[in-house]
Ligand binder design. Structure first.
Ligand SMILES: NC(=O)c1ccc[n+]([C@@H]2O[C@H](COP(=O)([O-])OP(=O)(O)OC[C@H]3O[C@@H](n4cnc5c(N)ncnc54)[C@H](OP(=O)(O)O)[C@@H]3O)[C@@H](O)[C@H]2O)c1
Length: 210
């Protein structure tokens, strides 16, 4: 599976590391090509950089690793991601981290799907701290769980396969609208990690029989 990650920050580099270690071809792209290039060199392991348009065209799966507020511009600049699986990792936190800017009746993922109607948007990785990605995808010594929401069953399955190949546990949560639950879960994770002193070696999971 070829993966293009849009962004050159902490999550972009962390996901690039995990996916490249699993043997997937990974390309980084950003609004600033020099930053994408520097990030690709920092990650190493065969990760390359490209322009936004070329990264969007060449990949089976595109990851949006930018702030939620930037997603619309990125989608437009990349030409809409028609036909692509687009992984939305964003958490629409308010600037002061006092809460989510949207929710209950919609989610960042659903708003991104509206901006990219011909893409197959899948919510995933939003409940995992960048530090966990840098720690082999493990929190407290165990593989973190990637929760996966999306309306396209095959796209959900492809993202689950990608996450498992990179060493994560996975749990599909159903349609994209279940991102309305996953985004508050991430906000709780941030509250626990940064607000209540549990640190970043944590990740939500779901105890279940199978
Ligand atoms: N950090 C975490 O632990 C974590 C966990 C789960 C989910 N997330 C989500 O992951 C996403 C990325 O977070 P991060 O921690 O990787 O952030 P980050 O380190 O600040 O990186 C953000 C990236 O987005 C780019 N960007 C910012 N504004 C942009 C705009 N208006 N147009 C185009 N690109 C823009 C930045 O480019 P420049 O360098 O040019 O500004 C940078 O490459 C966010 O949506 C966040 O909610 C983060």
């Amino acid at each position: 599976m070829s993966i293009s990650i849009i962004g050159a920050g902490n999550m972009a580099k962390g996901l690039a590391t995990r996916f490249a270690n699993a043997g997937h071809p990974v390309t980084l792209a950003s609004r600033d090509e020099a930053k994408a290039d520097a990030a690709a060199r920092e990650v190493g392991n065969g990760v390359s950089s490209a322009s936004l348009a070329s990264a969007a065209q060449s990949a089976d799966i595109v990851v949006l690793a930018v702030p939620f507020d930037a997603a619309g511009n990125v989608i437009e600049a990349a030409g809409g991601f028609a036909g692509k699986i687009v992984i939305d990792i964003t958490n629409p936190m308010k600037a002061d981290f006092s809460g989510l800017s949207i929710g209950h009746t919609t989610s960042a993922a659903e708003e991104i799907q509206k901006r990219a109607p011909q893409a197959k948007v899948v919510k995933a990785f939003n409940t995992i701290f960048a530090q966990v990605l840098q720690n082999n995808g493990q929190a407290a010594g165990r593989p973190a769980t990637v929760f996966i929401a999306g309306d396209d069953e095959a796209a959900r399955a492809a993202v689950a396969e990608l996450a498992r190949s990179a060493g994560f546990e996975t749990l599909e949560t159903g349609p994209l609208a279940t991102a309305r639950y996953l985004e508050p879960a991430a906000a709780l994770n941030i509250t626990l990690g940064y607000g209540l002193g549990h640190g970043t070696d944590i990740a939500p999971t779901w105890q279940r029989a199978a």
